[in-house]
Design a binder for this molecule. Structure first.
Ligand code: HEM
Length: 93
């Protein structure tokens, strides 16, 4: 799917279990199909108030695998956002 630029209001419209977008570090993710596959369960994602999930995502200390999933469900980014790419490194090189 082609990546799109969204404003916050547009992202916030995707707020149900049949159509849920989240924002992590200014990137917009369509988590709808991932909800039932989330090892932490669908409810933690559905219960977030609003689309901004960066802090919650980071607080869990998600693995490299989780970060790889993000790449697959990326649908776009927030308009007028500066994106900072932070690398995470495996324990062993
Ligand atoms: C779309 C973004 C997310 C993806 C792709 C994702 C993916 C994953 C994956 C793969 C795991 C298994 C452990 C690991 O590999 O780190 C996991 C565990 C977990 N996630 Fe997420 N997650 C996302 C967002 C969130 C958010 C926003 C929260 C909190 C609100 C959350 C809460 C948890 C919890 C509590 C676990 C631990 C489950 C357990 O081990 O009992 N996740 N997630």
């Amino acid at each position: 799917m082609a990546l799109k630029e969204y404003n916050l209001e547009e992202v916030a419209r995707h707020s149900s279990k049949d159509d849920l977008f989240l924002i992590i570090r200014g990137q917009v993710y369509d988590v709808t199909d991932f909800l039932d596959k989330h090892p932490g369960g669908p409810d933690v994602l559905l219960d977030i108030q609003g689309p901004e999930a960066t802090q919650l995502f980071d607080d869990v200390g998600h693995s490299l695998e989780a970060h790889d999933i993000l790449k697959e469900i990326l649908v776009g980014k927030l308009k007028n956002q500066v994106t900072i790419h932070i690398g995470i490194f495996p324990d062993k090189w």
